[in-house]
Design a protein around this ligand. Structure first.
Ligand SMILES: [Zn+2]
Length: 146
């Protein structure tokens, strides 16, 4: 899943639970459930490159990440429960952030976690993956709003 999908779902969970505990926990779990669905993301592209990280991967990844948080901030920044929305979004993308840290810290735990996260991934599918992610993002933003 691209970061935008995880962040949108986490924002919706944060908005509806209005709780740091439940919002954080459910958002974290939502990450692994969403990853099970057919999708596409940079992870698949990195895999095809035999796990070589290219500058384009970093550019797309950072753009995806920061644009998503920017949109969340623009849309919901004035909401009274924005702290829950933001926390849910952050917890939903945390599993991918932990994944990236293995490029900076060569800790055995991070490789173990990376393999686990990798095995959880559903299949790569550009068409159904794109449609599914667009629906998830639109629905999540709608739920967060109302
Ligand atoms: Zn993931």
């Amino acid at each position: 899943m691209i970061a935008a999908s995880h962040i949108a779902v986490g924002a919706a969970i944060g908005a509806k639970t209005n709780s740091f505990f439940w919002g954080g926990l459910l958002s974290l779990i939502s990450h692994f459930i969403l990853d099970r669905f057919p999708h596409f993301d940079i992870g698949f592209s990195i895999k095809r490159n035999k796990f070589k990280l290219k500058p384009i991967h970093m550019i797309v990844g950072l753009f995806d990440f920061f644009t998503s948080f920017f949109v969340i901030f623009i849309l919901f920044g004035k909401f009274s429960n924005f702290h829950f929305i933001f926390f849910g979004a952050a917890m939903a993308i945390l599993p991918d952030i932990i994944d990236v840290t293995r490029y900076f810290f060569k800790l055995p735990f991070l490789y173990w976690y990376f393999n686990l996260h990798n095995r959880i991934q559903g299949s790569e599918d550009k068409i159904s993956g794109t449609i599914f992610q667009i629906l998830i993002i639109v629905l999540s933003l709608f739920i967060t709003f109302y």
